[in-house]
Design a protein around this ligand. Structure first.
Ligand code: BGC
Length: 814
């Protein structure tokens, strides 16, 4: 049954159209010349909007999961009649292209999203056969592993599921920069640092694509917020764009050759990204050598003809109006047919690679048991031990645990929106601890379960992208707490946060803990400390929260992120010591929100004066702009340069063991095009563990303003037994030293003294060594592209910076 569409296509193409050129048998040139204008204009426009979020063309509801009905497309998005006529190959996939059977061109299927295959798990109400997928840990957790080999392994398992479920291209990974802690989709993204974001993307793309399926790295580019996401004009300097927001895409394109790139919803410097030839053709294709196809984000951009001209080959999910506009533009001479042919050819090139074209007989039965183990293993590798006073962890002499916090019983595997995976189960922390052989307090469990059931029953049905309001923490009386502290050996509180596409996070009760959460932490800490027992907090969150105001009251903090479907088991692996934590922050935790360099420019300002008479459309948003005044000073680049102390710095994470660092040596004290840095790490503690070594470089910064240091390489050791050592090698080349000089549109490595710093975090540098670059090197000459139309008062690391800092206190944080 699964291969039915393939059979139909094969018959149609081989019997009836024997004399016509056929894709794969004849040259692309022959295929393109045999296509009618209408066929071309249909191929570059997807087949309608049966995305998991949206109802089908006739507005029928397809309610296979809660989220499926919660993302509803706005009426202005008209459906393609083909979408209703032609049965979906993979129900719940996000979109597909038009087939042209007479030329042997099949329809290919694309599906969300970054943390696992997002498809309908139940088809036609028949639950005797299910199509659940593995929810892998969210991208922020994967990045926190600092382990590209591990991330590649996740990609291999993920790609296998994509292949076996009949999908051709997965709509991920997503690698936008964590510009601001409140970014609603930060969980889908890797890091505040482009080297991490690009390296992780390349690793997972290589893993996924090794299965013969494609990826779509997204959202290109500078899609760093959800507020007014379809209308926001991001005003940004060429240098910040290239060094921070494009760099990760460049690394990914060069190191992993993703089949496709997805352009973003936002505008950059006045124009939608999908309509910018400079971004999509000049930079992506000409400068970086990207060979695949570019698709829009769902209903992204505005002008289909401008999108074709920009090199945005495929408009997704596609509407008949777009096809019509393209046909008209060619007929009127507004769109050169040669341009359209090029867009068509790029799509055909990808179709040629697809499993659908190769008639792959997918099983619909990936090995979910095996993949769950990969998910669990990866989850534990990316969790970060933030605090561990007096070796509170791993749990020792602990038999019975008091488990507090709603989320302990209702764990969050991953975020919402298109990034959510329809998984068969999620292991709660309660279950994980039990599986790990721990006893938990039954009375507490009963209280929580009853409370959660009652509160959930009261919640309104979620609409559009909106998350239901969080359930406030159950208040527990002091005498009950005292009783729990008597009965149990240790207390664990889980704090949970969720977010997703369509909205950014809030400060109150989200970035900041709610008063009930703070009270719970304080009361449990008092009760347990009074009996000389400990309290551990587990953070089951997808983005950064405030920790400085409450962390002193607790003994240990484990940042578990959103760890995928094996959540509770993976957290227990760390709590029990079965796995020694080795994750490190790939994004900074500030002391307070107002410390963040982007706080005064997030999420920008709406340009509509009278918002009362201008209701916010469901899709689209109001005209708005955001100015990236912080320039390249995002995350640790800012905190380190301007000496603003964060709560937990970039690169930070504790272990159950200790490591000592040998001398950092360089292949030469003079830079001659390339340098090798070498360092030996020894496990000097008592437990086997892995260490991440982070290599930062500080540049002269005379001609070009430079951050105090920037991450240029990183490596993770293998599991080192106590006393064991490993020597790590890092390569620094000229491009690593270069910055984008806007005046000359070139990448320049300045002459002078550079410092290489090997650290266990960006703050805790263990070894430094210097080298000299005798003469400036221009590593690449580009041209002026995507330039802002207005002056940006950009942050620089000279004294103007401190004025900026003083101005940076406009946010009421309470
Ligand atoms: C999201 C994309 C996603 C697409 C298809 C859009 O709303 O921004 O990330 O791939 O929907 O579901």
């Amino acid at each position: 049954m699964l291969i039915l569409p393939v059979v139909i296509f094969a018959q149609t193409s081989s019997n009836k159209n024997i004399s016509l050129p056929q894709l794969g048998k004849n040259s692309l040139k022959d295929i393109v010349s045999a296509m009618t204008l209408e066929e071309k204009a249909k191929l570059v426009v997807g087949m309608g909007f049966r995305m998991p979020a949206a109802p089908p063309a006739n507005n029928r509801r397809d309610s296979t999961t809660r989220r499926d009905t919660s993302r509803t497309a706005a009426p202005r998005f008209q459906a393609d009649p083909d979408a209703d006529k032609i049965p979906e190959k993979v129900p719940g996939a996000a979109g597909r292209t038009h087939a042209i059977p007479r030329l042997g061109i099949p329809s290919i299927t694309v599906s969300d999203g970054p943390a696992g295959v997002r498809i309908s798990p139940i088809r036609n109400g028949d639950s005797s056969k299910t199509y659940y997928a593995t929810a892998f840990p969210v991208a922020t957790l994967l990045a926190s592993s600092w382990d590209t080999a591990l991330v590649r392994k996740v990609g291999v398992a993920f790609g296998h599921e994509i292949h076996e479920y009949g999908v051709d291209i997965i709509l991920g990974p997503a690698l936008n920069i964590h510009r601001n802690p409140l970014g609603g989709r930060n969980f889908e993204y890797y890091s505040e640092d482009p080297l991490i974001a690009g390296s992780m993307t390349a690793a997972i793309v290589n893993g996924i694509q090794s299965n013969g399926v494609g990826t779509s790295i997204k959202h290109y580019a500078a899609n760093n917020q959800e507020t007014n996401r379809n209308s926001i004009n991001t005003i940004i300097s060429e240098r910040a764009l290239r060094e921070i927001y494009l760099k990760g895409f460049e690394i990914a394109v060069k190191k992993s050759h993703p089949w496709t790139v997805m352009s973003s919803y936002n505008k950059i410097n006045g124009t939608y990204t999908s309509e910018r030839p400079d971004l999509i053709t000049t930079i992506l294709r000409n400068e970086w050598g990207f060979k695949g196809l570019v698709m829009t984000d769902w209903f992204g951009g505005h002008d289909p003809v401008a999108q074709m001209k920009a090199g945005n080959d495929l408009l997704m999910p596609g509407t008949p109006n777009q096809t019509k506009a393209i046909i008209e533009a060619v007929n009127k001479g507004d769109l050169d047919i040669k341009q359209l042919d090029l867009n068509v050819e790029r799509i055909l090139n990808i179709i040629l690679l697809s499993p659908e074209f190769k008639k792959y007989k997918y099983s619909g039965k990936p090995d979910l048991v095996k993949d769950a183990q990969v998910s669990r293993m990866a989850a534990a590798e990316g969790m970060i031990l933030l605090k561990n006073d007096n070796s509170a962890l791993p749990l020792k002499n602990v038999k019975k645990i008091a488990l507090f916090g709603n989320t302990s019983y209702d764990i969050i595997a991953g975020g919402t929106g298109s990034g959510e995976v329809n998984k068969a189960y999620t292991v709660s922390l309660l279950q994980g601890l039990k599986n790990g052989g721990f006893e938990t307090d039954q009375a507490l469990q009963d209280n929580y379960e009853q409370y959660l059931r009652a509160e959930k029953a009261k919640r309104p049905r979620p609409r559009f992208f909106m998350l239901p309001p969080p359930i406030s923490e159950l208040a527990i009386a002091t005498d009950q707490l005292a009783n729990e502290a008597d009965k149990t050996d240790i207390a664990i509180i889980t704090i949970g946060r969720n977010a997703g596409e369509g909205a950014d996070r809030k400060l109150d009760n989200d970035f900041y803990l709610s008063s009930q959460e703070k009270e719970l932490i304080k009361n449990v800490a008092d009760a347990y400390h009074a009996k000389n027992k400990k309290l551990i907090v587990v953070l089951n969150i997808g983005g950064v929260i405030e920790t400085a105001s409450w962390r002193d009251g607790v003994d240990g903090i484990l940042l578990a992120w959103q760890p995928g479907l094996e959540a509770g088991n993976a957290i227990t692996d760390i709590l029990s010591g079965k796995v020694n934590p080795s994750g490190k922050l790939a994004t900074t935790f500030p002391m307070d929100y107002k410390d963040d360099p982007t706080a005064k420019n997030f999420p920008g300002k709406e340009l509509v004066k009278d918002t009362a008479t201008s209701p916010r459309p469901a899709f689209g948003g109001r005209p708005a702009e955001v100015i990236y005044e912080e320039g390249v000073y995002v995350g640790y680049r800012y905190y380190n340069t301007f000496k603003v102390k964060p709560a937990y710095p970039f690169g930070y994470g504790l272990s159950y063991t200790n490591f000592s660092y040998g001398k950092l040596s360089l292949s030469s004290p003079q830079f001659n095009g390339k340098l090798k840095a070498t360092l030996t790490v020894t496990n000097s503690g008592k437990t086997a563990g892995k260490e991440v070594v982070e290599l930062y470089v500080g540049a002269p910064g005379i001609k070009l303003d430079k951050p105090a240091e920037e991450l240029k390489a990183f490596a993770k050791t293998r599991l080192l037994q106590p006393g064991q050592s490993q020597t790590l090698n890092f390569v620094i080349d000229a491009a690593d030293l270069a910055s984008f000089d806007t005046n000359s549109s070139s990448w320049v490595a300045e002459a002078g003294k550079y410092t290489v710093k090997a650290g266990t975090s960006s703050e805790n540098i263990k070894q430094t060594v210097t080298f000299h670059l005798a003469k400036e090197i221009v590593t690449e000459k580009d041209s002026k592209q995507v330039a802002p139309q207005v002056d940006i008062s950009e942050l620089k690391s000279d004294k103007t910076a401190f004025i900026y800092e003083l101005n940076n206190f406009g946010i009421t944080t309470k």
